[in-house]
Design a protein around this ligand. Structure first.
Ligand SMILES: *Cc1c(COP(=O)(O)O)cnc(C)c1O
Length: 370
């Protein structure tokens, strides 16, 4: 059986439960901020050591809430350039000045040395992204540095629901964390996201901002400048049933990752593994030997029928047209971009699919190496 990249897996028996619950909300007429959103938030909270979870209608919305809640006008925020454009843009929209940071060679994530290099009197927050679902050990150092220097540490954990560093889940290191349930992510609610924190004062503020700055759902008293960042009940139902599958998805993805790793030794491609933790295997990132050319490899793989996803980010943020005028140069980020590719993965991929893909890759790489 062939597999499809980025295929959303919603099994038949789960669809039945989803349809039944949709019928329930159609009967009740309660289509937003009802019991299914609450249930999804509680289940997410269980996965995140009990911290407060506020669902949103996207990962971007979660970032926008974080940015607004922190009152960043006139302040600087350090953001790794190796991320999706929504990460910096959300902070810029809230009036912050974003300073792009370089990344480490192996995981493509922020480092504490970069935070120190870019830290000024105006810095208020630091944003780290767990690229491809792997949490870099730097997370602990950055957390500590932020704490000691009164900086707010934010994890953009859009890639990393279910990943861990040592025994702590992604989203529990920062003062604030954000998640996305967009269809290409590890689990999906169609559109959706969440913002989480241990800080009760902040979580109360997030809840108010999500719903037009209203003091509470049934009042029409607006105490903050919010927006409509609510998740609908339909999406909360889908998200909940997907969340129940998270462990199963990670288990099957881990098998695929191991097959790739074991079959692709000494071929100029090294599958990156987490250190002292577990990846949710949102992406399977392979580092390309420095003597080889990424573009040549990518083309050869695709031409030979390999389902290769390309790079995590083909262009880091500082190289995107909207940020080119800033004229920033980040050598390690640029090197990271040009020296990795993502191997094909989806939650419904079988071990046979992974073996077949590995064989194809092996042939291509042998051809390139000889
Ligand atoms: C997907 C993603 C987002 C945005 O999430 P949406 O749900 O698409 O709004 C933000 N940051 C990162 C790192 C992402 O991968």
């Amino acid at each position: 059986m062939s597999f499809q990249l980025k295929k959303v897996l919603i099994e038949k028996k789960d669809r039945k439960k989803i349809y039944e619950e949709m019928d329930d909300i159609f009967e009740s007429g309660m289509l937003t901020l009802g019991k299914y959103t609450k249930r999804f938030e509680e289940k997410l909270s269980e996965n995140l050591l009990g911290q407060d979870v506020i669902t949103t209608n996207g990962g971007t919305s979660a970032l926008e809430i974080a940015a607004l809640a922190l009152e960043l006008e006139g302040h600087e925020v350090i953001v790794q350039s190796n991320t999706f454009v929504a990460t910096p843009v959300s902070f810029i929209r809230a009036g912050a000045h974003v300073t792009f940071a370089d990344c480490d060679k192996k995981y493509g994530a922020l480092t504490v040395d970069e935070v120190k290099r870019l830290h000024t009197k105006k810095t208020k927050a630091v944003v780290m992204v767990h690229i491809g679902g792997i949490i870099s050990p730097e997370v602990i150092k950055i957390q500590k540095y932020c704490k000691n220097n009164d900086l707010i540490f934010i994890e953009d954990a859009a890639h990393a629901l279910g990943s861990k560093f040592e025994s702590s889940p992604a989203g529990t290191f920062g003062d604030i964390a954000t998640f996305s349930f967009y269809p290409t992510k590890i689990i999906t609610s169609g559109e959706g996201g969440a913002i989480t924190t241990k800080n009760k004062e902040l979580s109360e503020k997030f809840k108010i901002l999500r719903d037009q700055g209203k003091k509470d759902f049934n009042s029409n008293i607006h105490t903050q400048f919010g927006s409509n960042w609510r998740l609908s009940e339909v999406h909360a139902i889908i998200g909940y049933h997907q969340l129940n599958k998270l462990d199963q998805f990670i288990k099957s993805r881990k098998k695929v990752a191991e097959i790739y790793k074991n079959n692709l030794l000494n071929l100029g491609l090294e599958v990156i593994l987490p250190e002292r933790g577990i990846s949710n295997w949102y992406k399977i990132i392979a580092k390309i030997d420095s003597k080889l050319n990424k573009e040549v490899i990518k083309k050869a793989l695709i031409n030979n029928g390999v389902k290769c996803e390309g790079e995590v980010y083909l262009l880091p943020c500082h190289k995107q047209p909207i940020f080119l005028p800033n004229n920033v140069s980040l050598p390690t980020t640029e090197e990271y971009t040009s020296s990795h590719i993502c191997l094909g993965i989806s939650s419904n991929m079988t071990e046979e699919n992974a073996i077949e893909q590995s064989k194809l890759i092996k042939e291509v790489m042998k051809g390139i190496l000889t």
